[in-house]
Write a protein that binds this ligand. Sequence first.
Ligand code: ADP
Length: 400
Amino acid sequence: MILVINSGSSSIKFELFESETLDVIAAGVVERIGEGQARLHYRHRAGDGFDEQSDDDMDIPDHDAGLREIVRRLSTYTGASGEKLRGIGHRVVHGGERYKAAVLIDDEVIETIRALIPLAPLHNPANLRGMEVARQCFGHVPQAALFDTSFHHTLPEHAYRYALPAQCYEQHQVRRYGFHGISHHYVAKQAAALLDMPLQRLNLITLHLGNGASAAAIKQGRCIDTSMGMTPLEGLMMGSRCGDLDPAVPLYLAKAMNKSDDEIDQLLNEQSGLLGVCGVNDMREVQRRIGKGDADAQRALEMYCYRIRKYIGAYYAVLGRLDALVFTAGIGEHDAEVRWRSCAGLEALGIAVDPRRNDAGSGALTEIQRADAAVKVLVVPTDEEREIARQTLTLINESA
Ligand code: ADP
């Protein structure tokens, strides 16, 4: 069995896979860690093959307690000390310039991820706790780290450098790193399989539209640009992050609103995006409000899709030729209107969505372009946990 742990800032997601088939045995999430009452959602295969689900409110003060509860829940499958585990895969947000691919975890890897904390102060510490507790519980089980940044290591320098004094990059590592790489890579491979073409021959724009959102330009299988930058704040408009912004705005607001650096950081990361414009960060709720005639929600949706359209145009230009546009993650997979609006008016680029295929296409791996369109438009469900499990297994097999 392979256990995948995605230890985030206030939640821990986990998924247990069969090693041979990568079938899911059990999965879940601990949410609201350290916020008073935490909740553990857990589902697993019951004896007859159907899913059994439970939700438990419990006192989980920190990540250590959360992980130990997960280990306890899974022990019926893994054995109390993980005897049945072949490996554990951890999602790590920031791999800096060091990690261009997944690695097996040892002390040096842990220290390197620790050294990258200044670049990802919210995420890397939580990721590290996941690794440390898993090593304490299952010391003998090989563990791998997969980085959200790795897939973007192929960005050329002209794409990853910011137009700042050179010392900002040379001494302070300020550059574009990009995130959501595990998802962009996974959906690119799925798209290649669907189109029955080698990924190395495809030019793609992948749009990961979840709570966070990012776009990637993939040329002949290699990522050449992506919308998130040094941190996940840049680029598309998101659930609660502002995305692209005149860099003078935070400085101006700090003075005008008399806010501290931390308050500005919070404003840009947690109070902006859909939430800032219309008061809710969940796209389903945005759509419900639009249905009731809410003008703020309508504006938020238009801004959201307009920004996506701009990135499609920009990445079309840097790719030169586009084979397929790929929508993924919660909004990309399920919201037909966002897909429709994001592609509206792009017929001159060969991008045109078929309304019926689009409406029918939510949630499945499918093509939704018009029959006469030059560019394929695909809906590709992402599965970062499965990709982490697969790469973890590959690493373990290679090292054996
Ligand atoms: P995360 O980045 O947390 O993994 P997800 O990929 O689950 O996020 O995406 C969450 C977003 O997807 C939310 O804005 C949610 O409203 C949206 N979403 C999920 N299902 C639907 C749906 N059926 N229609 C529209 N939006 C949806």
